[in-house]
Write a protein that binds this ligand. Structure first.
Ligand code: ADP
Ligand code: MG
Length: 324
């Protein structure tokens, strides 16, 4: 049983649930709760040895734990409001003031930049695990859900793909990357930039022009697959149009595909929009200070068709799944 099958089988109750309060429940980047306005709610957990190395810079870790949650709000087009922090700490970390101060500094610097307030949490001894639940606000009809992609939509991604996956391989010594490039790649892995301003600007064009979005945490192949499945459509993605950095472009085609399509931790947005919106999207991306690239289009059918110069290509890549 893979990660998503496990969630579906054990925790997705659908119409069997005795109480159904949420406008949108399990299965998207955030749940949507009507509370006068609409709350966007998301939880992400980072576990030592799985999501980060034991010797990670604590300031970067504090940043990343919140960044991955802000990224889910961005993917919904929501405005960050507040978060809770649940922390399991090994005794040696709990006794290390410098480590804790640096962690808190990374966390609060990003929180303050987004006007997002820490409102509670829990602290216990245990293996190092950081769990954040984040709350945001969105106009319900403008929430960028996974199930809104339409045939004929353009498919876009923000930023560049595969940087974090390339950094991980370089840090493990699996590939050679020069020192300057590695510094930039490591920053992308350890201190990702959640695309909150871009997500909110896209939501302002929804639901008429912008139809769906997801953030890329498990690789484009898997995450775009979630949009396609939820929306009941397929996509044609032109491999040559994928935005990748020079260091990744210098790798073999197999490594490029593994990192750009199957690599996790990009925390870029993938979204779909009506072709008429192209100029508006270019303009709002400029305003948000992040490049966006059109990489293909939504078609009838199912699944991703990877294209090379308009012809379907064979590419074996899968998104990251913790249990597959
Ligand atoms: P994301 O990558 O956007 O954070 P995930 O892939 O982790 O989302 O989760 C997919 C969906 O399943 C989300 O709606 C999430 O809230 C839900 N989910 C994940 N784990 C659980 C769980 N243990 N109980 C209930 N819902 C869960
Ligand atoms: Mg997400």
């Amino acid at each position: 049983m893979g990660e998503f099958e496990l969630i579906r089988r054990c925790f997705t109750r659908g119409s069997a649930a005795p109480v159904r309060r949420a406008r949108l429940s399990i299965g998207d980047d955030c749940a949507l709760l009507d509370v006068g306005g609409t709350l966007a709610v998301s939880t992400d957990m980072l576990v030592e040895g799985r999501h980060f190395f034991a010797d990670v810079d604590p300031q970067a870790l504090g940043h990343k734990c919140l960044a991955v949650n802000l990224s889910d709000l961005a993917a919904m087009g929501a405005e960050p409001l507040a978060f809770t922090l649940a922390l399991a700490l090994p005794p040696e970390r709990a006794a290390d003031d410098a480590w804790l101060d640096a962690f808190a500094c990374g966390l609060f610097t990003l929180a303050d930049a987004h006007g997002c307030e820490l409102i509670g949490g829990d602290t216990t001894a245990g293996p190092l695990v950081v769990t954040i639940t984040i709350l945001g606000r969105v106009v319900a009809e403008q929430a960028l859900r996974r199930d809104g992609a339409r045939v004929g939509d353009d498919v876009y991604v923000s930023g560049s793909l595969g940087d974090a996956a390339l950094a991980l391989r370089a840090m493990r010594g699996e590939i050679a990357v020069d020192a300057t490039a590695l510094t930039a790649l490591r920053a992308r892995l350890e201190q990702p930039t959640p695309r909150v301003a871009l997500g909110r600007a896209l939501a302002a064009l929804a639901p008429d022009r912008v139809h769906s979005a997801i953030d890329l945490s498990d690789g484009l192949a898997g995450d775009l697959g979630h949009i396609l499945q939820a929306s009941g459509v397929g996509a044609e993605i032109e491999l040559a149009d994928l935005p990748i950095c020079a260091a990744l472009a210098a790798q073999s085609p197999a490594m490029q595909a593994a990192c750009a399509l199957g690599g996790g931790d990009d925390y870029e947005l993938c979204f779909t929009a009506a072709p008429e919106a192209a100029d508006r999207i270019d303009a709002l991306a400029r305003d948000a200070g992040v490049p966006v690239t059109r990489i293909g289009r939504i078609v009838a059918g199912s699944g991703v068709h990877w294209m090379v110069q308009g012809q379907v290509a064979e590419v074996a890549v899968h998104g990251y799944d913790h249990f597959a």
